[in-house]
Ligand binder design. Structure first.
Ligand code: M6R
Length: 617
C-alpha cells in the first residue's frame, strides 16, 4: 500500500526520494509526490500516476534541497488525482505531511476544522490531519504558549483515532522532521550526519544497514545530527539500533523481466533457506528455535486456529490438512477479517497461528490482538523480519523467502507451507501422530523438494505453450481435492490478480453442485490431479468436464497415462508424498498465470488496484 520515504542530510534529497519511491513501487499505488525544503522554503511536486510521471514533472524544476519527504499513495479516501496525492500542506502552510494508514474519526475532525474556517482542497483524511496540526499550533501561538513542534504533534495525535505512519515537516522549524507511528510501520535508517525514514527498509539499504524500527506511539524528532525518541506520553525512549541483513541485489530483478518471475525461480533457494538449520537430514530431526518456549503447549493443544488473508490463508488451508493428519489436532482456518469481527470462541489453551508474508496486514494484525486479549497463545509465521506480527506474537517461525517484491505472492506461499509442514511434522512426532519411520520418510522427502521444483522450472517452455493457447479466455475454473484443493484456490487467485481473467477455485467434487453449469467448449478447467488417495475420484471429475466439452489442463504426476489420454494438455510434476504435493503443484500454476498475464500485456508486478501489503481494513 502507500509508501513513505524521508531524507535529512547533505545529499540531494530529490534523488534519494525518487530512488526510494521507485523501490517502494512494488507496494502498489496510484499517485506520487515529494516535498523538498531548501533555504527555509518548501516546494511540493505531486501527481496522479507513477513515479516516472513525477520524475517528468520535476524535469524542468529547480528541485534543490537536502531535506524532503516522498510518498506513493494507494487511494482510500478520495479518488487518485493530483490534489489527493501526498504530501499535504495545511491551509496556512505551516505543516507538510505524508501519511500511511487511516484516520478513522477524520470526518468529525474535519467538521470541527471547517467550523473554525478551514477550507479543504481535497478529500483525504491526511489533509485533515495536516490542518489539525496547524490549528493546534496556531492556537498555542496565539495564546503566547511556549510549545515545541514535538509537543504540538503529541497533543494533536491524542485527538486522532486510527492508524498512522507519519512524516511531518514544520515550516517554522526547517532543520528537522518528525516521524510518528501507530499501527503503520516506519523504519529510520542511520547514516553519518544523515537519516532516512521509510515505510519499509527497501529504500534505505543502499545507504545504511543500521536501522531503528519505530514502535506504536513512538515519536522521533530527526535533525541531520541527532535523533530524539519519545512516545505519545512524552516518555524518553532509548533507540534500539538494529543491523539489517538485506542486500541490494535481493530487491533488484537480477536479469529477469519481472520480480514475479525472479521470485518463482527463487523458490528452490527460498525453501532451502527456510529449512536451513531447522530440518536436519542426517539426524532426521526438526528444530524450530522460535517455537521452543511454547512447543509443549503446541503439541498438547486441543485446537489450532489459523488466521490469515489471501495467499497466506491458502497456505493456512494446507496447514489444516497437515496438522490434522500429522498431529491429529483439530484445526480451523479463518479469514482474519471475518474472525476479528464475529465474536469467535477462543479458549485459553487454543493455539492461534497468524500467517503473513508482510507481517503488516491490518486484518491479520487485529486478529492477533484479539486472540492475545482472549488469552490464547499466538504464533506468527512471517517473512519480513521485524514486522508487526512477529513483534506482537509470543513465538514464531520466520520464512526465509527473502524480500518478495511482486504483488502476487509466490515464494512466500511455498515458504509458508514449508514452515507449516515442519511444524506439523515436529508436533506429529512429539504427540505420536506420526511414527518415527513416517517422520523420517517425510524429512527425506522434504529435503529433496527444492530439486524437484528445479525440475519443474526447467520445463517452463511447455507451460508457456499452454498459456499461449488459453490466454484469450475470459473465465476459468481450478479444481483440486484434499491437499490440492487449496492449490486450486491459489492457482485461481494468481490468475485473476495478474491477468484479470475471472478464475474460480473449487474442491473438485463440489463442481457438480453448481459450477458444472458453466462448462462448455470455451471453459478451461485446470485440474490439479497428482497421484494420491483421491486420484480415481478426480479422474471421474475430469471425465465429467470432458463430457461437457470443457478444455482440461491437468497437473499430473510424471508418467501418468490415464489423465494424459483424457486431458487436452498435461503438465507433469515429479512424484512426492501426498502432503508435500502443494509445494510442487503450485509452481506450474504460478508460471501459467505469469505467462498468460505477460502475453495479455498486463503489469504483473503491480497489478491494477492491488497493494503488496494491505495495511488498511
Ligand atoms: O502480507 P500477507 O501475507 O499478510 O498478505 C495477505 C494478502 O494480502 C496477500 O497474500 C494477497 O492475497 C496477495 N496479493 C496474493 O498474491
Amino acid at each position: 500500500m502507500c509508501g513513505i520515504v524521508g531524507y535529512i542530510g547533505n545529499r540531494k534529497a530529490s534523488e534519494v526520494l525518487i530512488k526510494g519511491l521507485k523501490r517502494l513501487e512494488y507496494r502498489g499505488y496510484d499517485s506520487a509526490g515529494i516535498a523538498l525544503c531548501n533555504n527555509n522554503s518548501c516546494q511540493i511536486y505531486k501527481c496522479k500516476g507513477k513515479v516516472q510521471d513525477l520524475e517528468k514533472l520535476l524535469q524542468d524544476k529547480n528541485a534543490e534541497g537536502s531535506i524532503g519527504i516522498g510518498h506513493t499513495r494507494w487511494a482510500t479516501h478520495g479518488e487518485p488525482n493530483d490534489v489527493n496525492a501526498h504530501p499535504h500542506t495545511s491551509m496556512r502552510g505551516n505543516f507538510i505531511i505524508i501519511h500511511n494508514g487511516i484516520i478513522e474519526n477524520y470526518s468529525k475532525l474535519k467538521a470541527g476544522l471547517e467550523e473554525e474556517g478551514y477550507v479543504f482542497k481535497g478529500e483525504t483524511d491526511t489533509e485533515v490531519l495536516a490542518n489539525l496540526f496547524e490549528y493546534v499550533y496556531l492556537n498555542h501561538l496565539n495564546n503566547g504558549d511556549k510549545i515545541s513542534p514535538e509537543d504540538i504533534i503529541r497533543e494533536t495525535l491524542q485527538m486522532v483515532e486510527g492508524a498512522y505512519g507519519l512524516v511531518i515537516l514544520c515550516n517554522d522549524y526547517p532543520d528537522f522532521m518528525i516521524a510518528a507511528r501507530k499501527g503503520s510501520p516506519l523504519v529510520i535508517g542511520i547514516g553519518k550526519d544523515e537519516y532516512f525514514v521509510a515505510s519499509d527498509a527497501t529504500p534505505i539499504i543502499e545507504y545504511t544497514n543500521s536501522v531503528i524500527y519505530l514502535n506504536d506511539d513512538d515519536i522521533a524528532i530527526i535533525s541531520r545530527s541527532s535523533l530524539n525518541l519519545t512516545n505519545l506520553k512524552n516518555m524518553k525512549k532509548k533507540p534500539d539500533i538494529q543491523k539489517i541483513d538485506l542486500k541490494i541485489d535481493e530487491i533488484e530483478k537480477g536479469g529477469f523481466d519481472h520480480y514475479m518471475l525472479k521470485e518463482i525461480y527463487e523458490q528452490p533457494r527460498a525453501i532451502r533457506d527456510t529449512c536451513r538449520g531447522r530440518l536436519d537430514f542426517r539426524s532426521k530431526s526438526i528444530h524450530l528455535g522460535g517455537l521452543h518456549n511454547i512447543f509443549d503447549k503446541l503439541a498438547g493443544a486441543k485446537r489450532i486456529i489459523i488466521v490469515a488473508c489471501g495467499t497466506s490463508w491458502h497456505a493456512g488451508l494446507v496447514g489444516e490438512y497437515l496438522f490434522e493428519e500429522f498431529a491429529r489436532i483439530p484445526t480451523e482456518v479463518e479469514y482474519a477479517s471475518e474472525f476479528r469481527y464475529r465474536n469467535p470462541i477462543i479458549n485459553k489453551d487454543d493455539i492461534v497461528i497468524a500467517i503473513s508474508q508482510s507481517g503488516e496486514t491490518a486484518d491479520t494484525l487485529a486478529a492477533v490482538q484479539m486472540a492475545k486479549n482472549a488469552g490464547a497463545i499466538v504464533i506468527g509465521i512471517c517473512n519480513v523480519v521485524g514486522a508487526s506480527i512477529p513483534r506482537e506474537t509470543i513465538a514464531g517461525v520466520y520464512t526465509h523467502a527473502g524480500p518478495e517484491i511482486g504483488v502476487a505472492s509466490t515464494k512466500a506461499f511455498t515458504a509458508q507451507i514449508t514452515v507449516l509442514t515442519m511444524m506439523a511434522m515436529a508436533v506429529g512426532l512429539a504427540n505420536k501422530g506420526l511414527t518415527e519411520k513416517e517422520f523420517s520418510q517425510l524429512v527425506d522427502e522434504l529435503y529433496i523438494i527444492p530439486e524437484k521444483i528445479e525440475e519443474i522450472l526447467e520445463r517452463s517452455e511447455c507451460i508457456r505453450d499452454i498459456s499461449e493457447k488459453i490466454k484469450d479466455v475470459s473465465n476459468s475454473i481450478y479444481l483440486g481435492r484434499g491437499y490440492l484443493y487449496p492449490v486450486a484456490l491459489e492457482g485461481a487467485l494468481k490468475l485473476k490478480e495478474i491477468s484479470y481473467i475471472h478464475a474460480e477455485g473449487y474442491p473438485a467434487a463440489e463442481m457438480k453442485h453448481g459450477p458444472i453449469a458453466l462448462i462448455d467448449e470455451k471453459m478451461p478447467v485446470i485440474v490439479i490431479a497428482t497421484k494420491d488417495n483421491s486420484y480415481d475420484k478426480i479422474v471421474s471429475n475430469i471425465q465429467e468436464v470432458k463430457a461437457r466439452k470443457g478444455v482440461i489442463i491437468a497437473v499430473v504426476t510424471e508418467g501418468d497415462v490415464t489423465i494424459k489420454s483424457i486431458a487436452d494438455y498435461v503438465i507433469e510434476v515429479p512424484k512426492t508424498d501426498f502432503a508435500l504435493a502443494p509445494l510442487l503443484t503450485v509452481i506450474p500454476l504460478q508460471l501459467l498465470s505469469y505467462y498468460i498475464a505477460t502475453m495479455r500485456g498486463c503489469n504483473v508486478d503491480q497489478p491494477r488496484n492491488l497493494a503488496k501489503s494491505v495495511t488498511v481494513e
